[in-house]
Write a protein that binds this ligand. Structure first.
Ligand code: SF4
Ligand code: F3S
Ligand code: FES
Length: 247
């Protein structure tokens, strides 16, 4: 057992601040264990969101020493022995209290993506998918909706005014997933650009860097979606069709 110095955000977004605690740490523990120990000892009213403690529910997202991470996957053994550890709520979303944010922005954006649209005459069991198409989408389906990618993306992290126009990497990835589905009939290229703010993404790849599921958000979803949008914009037949009102 050792003692470590923790700085933890307490209070709301505007009126909150960091509080310092000296906490016991045991072998094999993760940051979430330490937050639970704080709740059990020094600050029983500390607000922390969590559920599975296994990296699968996406609830325990916070920023640890400024980096968006799952607290249940942040091993204490990975910090330097003398390093103090700062835990703050995700910066991009309004703080409710302590480490708990209001992430409803993400649910609102999720609702804006048109759902899967198979052909009207498609009957259950009709459709067969090539393994390559299944594999491509399965990567995106690993998403645990932790919203760390949404938190880190500078387009909304530093620019509250962009939130209305930008869906964020998680939901642009959802648009890409559906756009790549061979049975989906909706065309999401125009709305991805014009309504979901795909053009705001300048492929910094910070979203990919923080994804706990190691989804290649930028390379496998956002860039292919950008390429499809460019194909649409620069295809002369599509361009002519849009001018005469056919597309
Ligand atoms: Fe979290 Fe990755 Fe899903 Fe983004 S894409 S919400 S970082 S699991
Ligand atoms: Fe943001 Fe990811 Fe693009 S961090 S700018 S959505 S590559
Ligand atoms: Fe479920 Fe951390 S508690 S992902």
């Amino acid at each position: 057992m050792t003692k470590r110095t923790f700085h933890v955000w307490r209070g709301g977004g505007e009126d909150g601040g960091l509080s310092q605690y000296e906490v016991e740490v045991n072998e094999g523990e993760v940051v979430l264990d330490i937050l639970h120990r704080l709740q059990a000892t020094q600050c029983p009213d500390l607000a922390v969101r969590w559920n599975c403690k296994a990296g699968k529910c996406g609830s325990c997202s916070v920023e640890i020493n400024g980096r968006p991470r799952l607290s249940c996957m942040a091993r204490m053994s990975t910090f330097e022995p003398e390093e103090s550890i700062t835990v703050t709520p995700m910066r991009t979303f309004p703080v409710i209290r302590d480490l708990v944010c209001d992430v409803s922005f993400n649910y609102q954006k999720a609702r804006e993506i048109p759902s899967f649209t198979p052909p009207a005459d498609s009957e259950p069991g009709d459709f067969r998918m090539a393994q390559a198409d299944v594999s491509r989408m399965q990567e995106f389906r690993k998403c645990i909706e932790c919203f760390l990618c949404q938190d880190v993306c500078h387009v909304i992290r530093d620019h509250e005014e962009n939130k209305e126009a930008f869906s964020g990497p998680r939901f642009l990835m959802r648009a890409a997933e559906l756009e790549m589905h061979p049975e989906d009939t909706a065309d999401r290229r125009k709305i991805s650009q014009e309504e979901f703010g795909l053009g705001y993404c300048n492929i910094t790849k910070c979203c990919t860097d923080v994804c706990p599921e190691n989804i290649q958000i930028t390379d496998n979803a956002l860039i292919p979606l950008k390429e499809r949008v460019a194909d649409r914009q620069y295809d002369p037949v599509v361009w002519l069709g849009s001018k005469i009102g056919l597309r």
